[in-house]
Every structure is written in structure tokens, then in C-alpha cells.
Design a protein around this ligand. Structure first.
Ligand code: WT7
Length: 658
């Protein structure tokens, strides 16, 4: 642990402030007191299946009703709502357009250059149907995986819903990933088509997405990809390969404006989304139709206590799970108005977020701690220039939030009147697991507070036994829930081992662990401390240290590499790489830049090391394991504590210190 991290933990440990929901907030809320929450929680705990059964029947449209709520006879492979058929695109669109919501705004989109597009539910329905029909003309059938490599344009959401409509699982690849990373995902998922754009605007620059797709497909390693659908966004010149590439604006608008929603079995795939683990290549997390839909829907309703007149904005990218669940599926399934923004705050427009809130009278704002810390640093003068009075609720997600940033968010952005929901969850959990409910839960700066109804969360030791109050341990979930990932695409064994067999079974039952450490206080509140595995969180982006290491060693000059995270005031963590070179290779000034570009090319610029330390050797145990604990201490310039007697060559330490 570094100095800063112990400082953060110290301040969290001594955090005693409690903020109760105001009467005004509680009176208007669905769940309006801690007792209400406790009652629902107890109900769900006593008879989970009944709880989920009722919720699923009440909240989703079923073409055919399900006959079994949960089949957990072969854990950890769960089947939810067996026998039923539904469609998330139907739940997000069709069921709203026959009623008063038909002409309600579903999506407000603002482009980086300030262009705005809005869609009513009816309009969105038509666009999704046309796109679904376009995909069918390209030969996409139920079960075919479609990859999306898109900027934050409405077509990204439309394409997701269109895929879901015809039962083609989507796999969204974040537009910041490199062509090599895209290629890996296309191969692993055996994608049949790619939907992309000529480019996207990112911080005043045009990013060439289609070129990256061309590069990914150029060497013939993804033979399953037969077509590429291209949205025109930046109008930069691109190559179009006849027979393979199609312009969206030429193919989609001429399609029939209705496409029936495919009746999907509950457990048929909705999407695959790649995320980083502590070992190996990124894993394709699989989510299925009904359970995911229910969880995104219910959690959105609970956490944001959504009202018909809310204008809701989540600043994530659709390339991450937050964008899936809380830009697209959760809000639309509830018939809410969701805002999508292509841009980001940047030196030319540091007030971009606040301008958007003022302009669209946004009432719910959901963002990441790293963004809040960056705003704190540039000072409150910037947000103070804008009218943020439309806000009624604030949310945070992606990494632990330090109490200072939480307080700043509350006072400066929320005018001390908006509750803050600090939502803990993961790609694997499909939706939020631990979070305050705005009208019910007293909040404490830095705590995600309590698990949602139906979620049995705990903090355990390495034997799987609950730890004492205030003691640190592994954050685990003890019961299956509808939104849980179902498997890793193509690797059910890895799914089982990495999430459900990491800790021993308790009473013969597997428990879910996905890498976070936490503690609970005497009120039962959860304080998430961050990852305890070799996954690092850089500005809310999740990266495996192994992935970055393999990117580094794939460079011809590099012999060995070890990557660790160093606590960073702004980004949460920054990336420090220790590198040994092949013999005969010398360290020079260009090498640092070259290795950074190499990692950018292999993974994407989000994985670029902030610092590279060149060394003759890495500290290893006699069995050849790199001692990361030592590297972490060295990276943050602190004393190496603990046992170093297992080091194979102690002189390595002295050299590294120099
Ligand atoms: C990891 C999951 C879930 C959407 C965004 C990230 C960290 C997430 C919190 C929070 C503390 C958090 C965890 C988790 N994390 N939310 N509120 N407090 N840590 O999804 O890329 O799958 O990353 O993000 O470490 O394991 P992801």
C-alpha cells in the first residue's frame, strides 16, 4: 500500500459525517425511508424467488410467460425465467409507443461540436426498426454476433437496440481501443458484422474509426466478418470496400419502418462485453435477455427514483457496461429521457458538462469520481458560472470516491440539496449491486452504503467466513441475481474458476467474488477499498496488468515487463511499468515514447504507461514469481516493508532503489 492510499483509507476510516435524505426528497420517493428499504430487503431475502418472479412479471413484457423463476441446479450456471420469451428492444420501445409516452423524448443527443438531435419514443422505434431491417438485408440472423466500434452518436444506441430486436447479440468495443484490440475481440466473438463510423470526435480531434476497422480486417484473421456498416460522422475521407462496406445513410433510411421484435428465450444472449481480468486476455462477459433486462430496469428505477419529467444524463461511453445499462437499456426500459453526449470537458471547453446541464435542464447526473476530481482541481469558478438548479440527484460510479471529492460534488455541483448515490457494481454484475436509495438511505461520504434488495453481499476472509465489523476482506455476493453474467464467451471453465471458485464454498454453496476488497462499518455500510487482484483502475477504466505486460513484451526490444498501479490523485491509479531489455539493447530517450506508442497500438491509449523504469532484473521469488508488492512500493517511492527473504537475488533490490 502506498502513502497516499493509506492516507485515503485513514480519512475514510475516520469519516463520521452522515447525510440524511431531506424530507422533500423522501416524501416524493418510491422507497421513502430506511424502514421501507429494510422491509423490501427482508421480503426479498426471505423468499428471493417469489420476489424476482413478481418483479419480472410486473416490470417486463412477456410474449410467453416463464414457468420457472430460477434454475440453480448446476451452479454457477444460472437460468432465470425459463420458458418465457421477451425482447429488450420491445421493452424499451414498443410498450411505450402505444401510450402517452409515444411522443415523449426518449433520447437527447449532443455532439462535440454542439449539434443536437432528439428522438421521441416513436421516432426511436422507427429508426431501430429500420436499422434492424438493414441488418437483416446484410444477412444477420438471430444468434449472429455483431460488433459495434462507434463514437458516441445516437446510431450507437440505435444499433444496440436493433441487434437486440432481431436477436443478434452485440459486442460493443470501446472506440478508444486500438485496431489490434478490436481484432482480438472480433476473432474471439466470431463476429459476423461490424458497425462503425468514419470517425468520431474526441477532445477536439477526429478519431479515425473506420481505418482501424480496415486494419483489423486487413490480414484476413477475422474471416467471419462479412459486412461493415458505416455511419458518416466526421466526413473524413475513408476507403469503402465494395461488397463488404455499406454506408448507414444509404442502407438504413430506405428500409421498412417496422420490424417485429424477435421473441427471445429468457436465456438467449443479449450481448458480450469484454473486460479485463488479472490473467490472460480480456474476457467476453456474457449477459442474456430477460435477467439482464430486469436488473437494468429495476436498478435504474430504484437508484434514480425516476420520475416522468426527469432528464437523466450518464456521462459514460456506450463501450462500457455503464453505457449499456444506464445510458441505453435501464432508462429506455423505464420510459425515461436519456441524454447522450459525444464530447468531454477539454481545455477549449472546461465547462462542457455544466453547460449541458444548464441547456437541457438535466435533473439526474451520473458520472465518475475521476471526472469529479479533475473538476475539483480546475476549481469551482467553472461550474459556478452555470445554472445547475435543475439537478435533483447525483450519482457516481467506476471507482472508490474519496470523501473530499464526494463533499465537493455535493456542495458545488449539487448545491448541498441533491442526494448522492455512490453505486458499486461491475461489468459482470450487469447492474448496480450496492448503492443508497435516494429517498431512503442516509449517506456517508465514500461509502456505497447498502446492498439493493435481493442482493446478499458480504465481506469475507480467505476461508469464505464473514469478517468482523471494520475488518477488511473480500467483497462477495452469496446468492444468484437476475443480472449476473452467465459465462465467459467460449470459456465456461474460466468463468467458474475465476469468479466462483476463488474462495472456498460455504455450506457447499459457491460464492461470487470478482476482485474487490471492502469493509463494513457498524451500520452495515460497505466501504469498497478497490481491487485486490492484478487489475488496475485508471480513470475508471479497468485494465489488467498482465495485458499491458504482454503488450510490452511483444516489442522486440523488451525481454520482461511487470506493471503495477500507483495511487494517483486524479486518475485513481496511474500505470508504472518495470522493463528489462533484450541484451545488447540500450535505454535511450526515444525508447520510452516508442514503448508507450507500442502499448497504444496493442491495446489503446488508455493503457499507455505513465512511467517506465528500465532495470537489469526484476525482483523474483526463487520459484520465479515477480514480487509485485515490492514493485508497488518502489513505484510509489516508499519503504519496502514485509518479508523480502523469498527474493532470489537481493542485489536486485538495491539496484532498483537506485
Ligand atoms: C470495478 C468494475 C460498474 C461500472 C463501471 C466499472 C470498481 C465500480 C465502484 C464504486 C468503488 C467501484 C470496482 C469494480 N468500482 N464502482 N462505486 N466504488 N469501486 O465497471 O469496468 O467492470 O469495473 O470498478 O473495483 O470491481 P468495470
Amino acid at each position: 500500500m502506498s502513502k497516499e492510499s493509506s492516507k485515503t483509507i485513514e480519512s475514510v476510516l475516520h469519516e463520521k459525517r452522515v447525510f440524511r435524505p431531506s424530507e422533500q426528497v423522501s416524501d416524493n420517493a418510491r422507497i421513502s425511508s430506511l424502514d421501507d428499504y429494510q422491509n423490501i430487503y427482508d421480503l426479498a431475502r426471505k423468499d428471493p424467488e417469489k420476489f424476482w418472479e413478481e418483479a419480472a412479471r410486473r416490470e417486463l413484457h412477456w410474449f410467453k410467460p416463464f414457468h420457472q423463476t430460477l434454475n440453480w441446479s448446476n451452479p454457477p450456471f444460472a437460468e432465470w425465467f425459463s420458458g418465457g420469451t421477451t425482447n429488450i428492444s420491445y421493452n424499451c420501445l414498443d410498450r411505450h409507443i402505444t401510450g402517452p409516452k409515444a411522443n415523449k423524448t426518449a433520447l437527447i443527443w449532443e455532439g462535440e461540436p454542439g449539434d443536437v438531435r432528439q428522438f421521441t419514443y416513436k421516432e426511436l422505434h422507427t429508426d431501430v426498426c429500420r436499422t434492424a431491417n438493414a441488418l437483416r438485408t446484410l444477412g444477420i440472423k438471430k444468434g449472429d454476433l455483431v460488433a459495434l466500434y462507434m463514437p458516441m452518436v445516437p446510431e450507437a444506441a440505435i444499433a444496440m437496440l436493433a441487434c437486440a430486436r432481431i436477436g443478434a447479440p452485440h459486442s460493443v468495443v470501446f472506440g478508444g481501443f486500438s485496431s489490434d484490440a478490436l481484432r482480438d475481440r472480433l476473432i474471439d466473438g466470431e463476429a459476423k458484422a461490424v458497425i462503425t463510423a468514419d470517425g468520431g470526435f474526441r477532445k477536439d480531434k477526429a478519431v479515425p474509426l473506420k481505418k482501424a476497422v480496415d486494419a483489423a480486417l486487413s490480414d484476413g484473421s477475422c474471416p467471419t466478418v462479412k459486412s461493415v456498416l458505416v455511419v458518416q460522422r466526421t466526413k473524413e475521407p475513408i476507403d469503402m470496400f465494395s461488397g463488404r462496406d455499406h454506408w448507414w445513410h444509404e442502407l438504413v433510411p430506405s428500409q421498412d419502418e417496422y420490424c417485429p421484435a424477435q421473441q427471445m428465450e429468457s436465456e438467449e444472449r443479449l450481448f458480450v462485453l469484454y473486460t479485463s481480468g488479472s490473467t490472460g486476455k480480456p474476457k467476453g462477459v456474457v449477459h442474456t435477455t430477460a435477467g439482464y433486462n430486469l436488473w437494468a430496469h429495476l436498478t435504474f428505477q430504484w437508484i434514480f427514483d425516476i420520475k416522468d419529467n426527469d432528464i437523466y444524463w450518464c456521462t459514460a461511453d456506450v463501450g462500457w457496461i455503464t453505457g449499456h445499462s444506464y445510458i441505453v437499456y435501464g432508462p429506455l426500459s423505464n420510459g425515461a429521457t436519456t441524454v447522450m453526449y459525444e464530447g468531454a470537458p477539454r481545455p477549449s471547453n472546461p465547462g462542457a458538462f455544466w453547460e449541458l446541464i444548464e441547456k437541457h435542464k438535466i435533473s439526474i447526473f451520473y458520472t465518475a469520481p475521476t471526472a469529479i476530481r479533475a473538476f475539483m482541481k480546475t476549481g469551482r469558478e467553472i461550474p459556478d458560472k452555470y445554472d445547475l438548479s435543475s439537478l435533483r440527484l447525483l450519482g457516481t460510479v467506476g471507482e472508490p470516491i474519496n470523501p473530499e471529492a464526494w463533499m465537493w460534488y455535493r456542495e458545488v455541483i449539487g448545491g448541498s440539496k441533491c442526494p448522492i448515490v455512490d453505486t458499486w457494481w461491475q461489468t459482470e454484475t450487469g447492474g448496480v449491486m450496492i448503492s443508497p436509495l435516494p429517498g431512503a438511505t442516509p449517506t456517508k461520504p465514500g461509502s456505497a452504503t447498502l446492498p439493493l434488495p435481493g442482493i446478499e453481499a458480504d465481506v469475507v476472509d480467505s476461508d469464505g467466513k464473514s469478517v468482523e465489523v471494520e475488518e477488511g476482506g473480500y467483497l462477495v455476493i452469496k446468492k444468484p441475481w437476475p443480472g449476473m453474467m452467465r459465462t465467459i464467451h467460449g470459456n465456461p471453465q474460466r468463468f467458474k474458476e475465476s469468479y466462483w471458485e476463488y474462495l472456498p464454498f460455504i455450506n457447499g454453496k459457491p460464492i461470487y467474488f470478482a476482485g474487490d476488497g471492502a469493509r463494513r462499518d457498524s451500520d452495515g455500510y460497505f466501504w469498497v477499498m478497490g481491487r485486490v487482484d492484478d487489475v488496475i483502475n485508471v480513470s475508471g477504466h479497468r485494465l489488467g496488468t498482465m495485458e499491458i505486460e504482454s503488450a510490452l513484451v511483444s516489442h522486440p526490444f523488451v525481454s520482461e515487463a511487470a506493471v503495477v498501479g500507483r495511487l494517483d490523485d486524479l486518475k485513481g491509479e496511474s500505470i508504472v511499468a518495470f522493463v528489462t531489455l533484450e541484451s545488447g539493447r540500450d535505454v535511450n530517450d526515444q525508447l520510452f515514447d516508442e514503448l508507450r506508442s507500442h502499448v497504444s497500438k496493442e491495446i489503446g491509449s488508455i493503457a499507455r504507461p505513465d512511467e517506465i523504469k528500465f532495470t537489469d532484473a526484476l525482483p523474483k521469488t526463487r520459484s520465479g514469481k515477480i514480487m509485485r508488492r515490492i514493485l508497488r512500493a518502489l513505484a510509489s517511492g516508499e519503504k519496502i516493508s514485509g518479508d523480502t527473504s523469498t527474493l532470489e537475488d537481493r542485489s536486485v533490490l538495491d539496484k532498483l532503489r537506485k
